[in-house]
Design a protein around this ligand. Sequence first.
Ligand SMILES: [Zn+2]
Length: 336
Amino acid sequence: MCLPEPGPRCAATGPGVPRRRAGSLAPVPAQPTLSDVIAALDALWPRDRAEQWDAVGTVCGEVTDPEARVGRVLFAVDPVRQVADEAVAKGAELLVTHHPLYLRGTTTVATDTFKGRVVHTLIRGGVALHVAHTNADTADPGVSDALAAALGLRVLRPLVPDPTDPAGRRGLGRICETERPLALGDLLEQAAASLPVTAQGIRAAGDPDTPVRTVAVCGGSGDSLFDAVRAAGVDAYLTADLRHHPASEAREHAPLALLDAAHFATEWPWCEQAAAQLDAIAEREGWDLRTEVSRTVTDPWTAHAPSLPQESPLAGPPGALRTAPTDTEPTPGAPN
Ligand SMILES: [Zn+2]
């Protein structure tokens, strides 16, 4: 499944400009080196702002080779095989993903592991891989700013501010307000219409007519932030991967509306934002650099069946649904 294909992005040159693979011909002066681009990415999302448990930065690439040039950069959420193949097919010299390829240590990059296959595909294809994960989550602008923008929400402040930021702009999640008074049902439709199409769609908890003026958002798994959401006193919370118990307890605790989107869908808008940030740098530096955002949907879920009307086993005594048929036609709506 792929998202609709937009036109190619271009920072300093048009789509028809001839391109080349790194190292194949004399260097084109305007193309930045890989280390130049990596330095720009590190300035946007400093590695030391990542969580301790995280694994960000450059995973593979000839960062010490002054001849290694970058003409095209592909942004994506997940460094999976399909995306690695896409980066090679598109002639990218650099793939930037939000999720790490390796979060824990490994003892092999052999191709009989799917991650090893990705590493080999990238290296053979001349593609470097760089990861900006929790350092992009808390950045200004960060993953949740992109999510808020996609939803048409106005950002007020971080949901969990980074105490090291005196300006109070960095941090996890964002507290936002709607541009106009909305009902929960409107916000649900707005989210379904503006986030990437996934099998899950958007789930919601709450009366669809509930007025919503303030919304907390968090790209990615956000059910560890319910204390901050409650403290913010918002009308609704939109995030991903909401589990039963945290969601149930949040609903019991306060009249908080919940919206749960696919993890991928809440983070994909960051790719567009990140590409635009690199475009701006390329323009400022005079680099011949093109950025592109992968339209490949890497949400692992591929199908969804809404529950159908049925005689629920929850509605009657055990065994009620297994009553043997009788000779008489059942009356519609009556127990049988
Ligand atoms: Zn994520």
